[in-house]
Ligand binder design. Structure first.
Ligand SMILES: NC(=O)c1ccc[n+]([C@@H]2O[C@H](COP(=O)([O-])OP(=O)(O)OC[C@H]3O[C@@H](n4cnc5c(N)ncnc54)[C@H](OP(=O)(O)O)[C@@H]3O)[C@@H](O)[C@H]2O)c1
Length: 238
């Protein structure tokens, strides 16, 4: 028997565009109440979703690499949702350069957003979920978390790190009814990566397909935990 998401309270980082936006839309369509963030003023995304007919959606600005912003994001979620059942750590960036050309700022920014941001948000979520009936944390990793590629040193490091972090966090908190899944897509049709820009998009994974998988793991019965998922384009572009 799958778990209904109606009335569940969810927070999606990086929910303004791309994969995060598809996850937000599918959660809302299932009857969840959703807080989302982007880096800057994200009111426009809330307005678009309300115009599309969704009511229980609330957006705010938060740079997940800044712990004080993250604290504010979760206080915003407390006020709007009154608790938290689901966290989707989706916000992420990619800086793709040969290692010798990476600046210290490139390195720090990539690790700060993709890896530390995931920890900052998870830490806030765990303090709310522990003792409050548990919860679910889904981390958007990447096949770059297991397959290194030239130009990917900073991004690979951040996603390899996210995979290890996700598995350890799962082991720490599974007995408290907190489940953790990390999802590893290959190329997805968003504005994320200049690496595959110009190669056409018809062969890529659609953001909606990743969102389908996120909802599928969230709906698994409480007895079962899908800890890691790989998603690939069926026929990758040349
Ligand atoms: N696209 C792919 O091929 C692919 C493949 C595997 C994994 N992924 C992973 O999937 C996730 C989403 O990727 P995407 O393709 O949807 O990217 P995208 O289209 O570039 O969207 C990125 C989202 O993250 C937000 N964001 C970026 N930096 C942020 C920060 N510091 N604080 C808060 N929000 C921030 C952006 O919001 P604003 O722009 O409004 O600030 C936007 O909503 C990332 O973690 C990425 O690594 C992507």
């Amino acid at each position: 028997m799958s778990t209904s998401l109606a009335g569940k309270r969810a927070l999606v980082t990086g929910g303004t565009r791309g994969i995060g936006r598809a996850i937000v839309e599918q959660l809302l369509a299932e009857g969840a109440h959703v807080v989302l963030c982007g880096r800057g003023d994200s009111d426009w995304a809330e307005a678009e979703l309300r115009t599309a007919g969704f009511q229980n959606v609330y957006a705010t600005g938060c740079d997940v690499s800044i712990p004080e912003h993250v604290a504010g994001l979760f206080q915003f979620a407390d006020a709007k949702l009154g608790g938290l059942d689901i966290l989707i750590n989706n916000a992420g960036i990619g800086i793709f350069k040969p290692t010798a050309e990476l600046t210290i700022e490139d390195w720090r920014h990539t690790l700060d957003v993709n890896l530390s941001g995931t920890f900052f948000c998870s830490r806030e979520a765990l303090t709310r979920m522990r003792g409050a009936g548990g919860g679910y944390i889904v981390n958007l990793s990447s096949l770059a978390g297991k397959n290194p590629f030239a130009g990917g040193a900073a991004y690979n490091a951040s996603k390899f790190g996210m995979n290890g972090f996700s598995e350890a966090m799962m082991l720490d908190h599974r007995q408290e009814d907190i489940r953790v899944t990390y999802i590893m897509p290959g190329s997805v049709d968003t504005d994320f990566s200049p690496r595959t820009a110009g190669k056409g998009a018809d062969w890529k994974i659609a953001p909606q397909d990743v969102a389908d998988m996120v909802l599928a793991v969230l709906k698994m019965p409480a007895r079962t935990l899908v800890s890691r998922v790989e998603i690939r384009p069926a026929k990758p572009g040349k």
